[in-house]
Design a protein around this ligand. Structure first.
Ligand code: HEM
Ligand code: HEM
Length: 169
């Protein structure tokens, strides 16, 4: 195997776009209660919906052997990818929890999802703050991850980007 299975490549790029779009549509503060960002909810929930089948497919189909030769670097890459997966699960869940705390119904195509917790009047609290910070942190981590991938491609010339690419060549 020299590149990731096609379905994992499609999911990788689709979810990267969804996360970026969720970040752009995210809103904080008072306006969320008055005018809930439904598109933000939808994009974020799409990430949550896709990450579970992605993980199952990743376990079932596997991945090409890592390019790093040192065991330490392999561990670091695996850990970094694990952190990104953890964010893809944790972020949407904390967002959904934050919306529930604010008493904002999470509407998806006319269907209202159940509340994860009781609503409060004032500040939505720590989990909501973690969500806001985490929402930006995942972009920073993904940016670092992308920079490492480009560094592999351009400096080490080990064809790393090709492993996550559908195009021939
Ligand atoms: C929000 C954005 C992104 C997220 C959450 C993300 C997440 C991930 C994860 C979790 C993996 C590990 C796949 C696995 O082995 O199961 C991965 C692999 C990969 N990603 Fe990303 N990624 C993002 C953006 C990008 C960007 C912008 C690039 C390139 C510029 C990129 C290039 C790659 C490459 C080349 C691999 C394969 C690495 C290898 O062969 O070990 N990713 N990504
Ligand atoms: C990958 C998925 C997600 C990302 C990257 C993300 C990112 C963000 C960011 C950056 C903010 C802060 C915006 C600002 O302060 O200007 C935010 C706020 C918020 N997001 Fe998300 N979000 C995601 C998923 C979700 C989901 C699935 C929900 C609900 C179902 C949600 C509900 C909220 C709520 C209620 C706030 C306001 C929190 C507050 O004001 O305390 N998010 N999100």
């Amino acid at each position: 195997m020299t590149r990731y299975p096609r379905v994992l490549i499609v999911l990788h790029w689709l979810m990267a776009l969804l996360i970026l779009a969720a970040w752009f549509t995210g809103e904080g503060g008072r306006s969320v209660r008055e005018n809930p960002p439904l598109l933000h909810f939808l994009l974020g929930l799409a990430v949550l919906t896709l990450v579970l089948p992605r993980l199952v497919l990743r376990l079932a189909l596997g991945a090409p052997a890592p390019t790093a030769t040192s065991p330490l670097l392999r561990r670091a890459a695996g850990l970094g990818h694990g952190v990104l997966y953890a964010f893809m699960i944790g972020l949407p869940l904390t967002g959904w929890y934050a919306a529930s705390r604010m008493g904002v119904p999470v509407n998806v195509f006319g269907y209202t999802l159940p509340s994860l917790t009781a609503a409060v009047q004032g500040s939505p609290g720590l989990i909501a703050e973690l969500h806001e910070t985490g929402g930006t942190l995942i972009l920073i981590l993904a940016g670092l991850h992308a920079a490492i991938a480009v560094w592999h491609q351009v400096v080490l010339r080990d064809g790393t980007l090709r492993r996550m690419s559908l195009s021939a060549g």
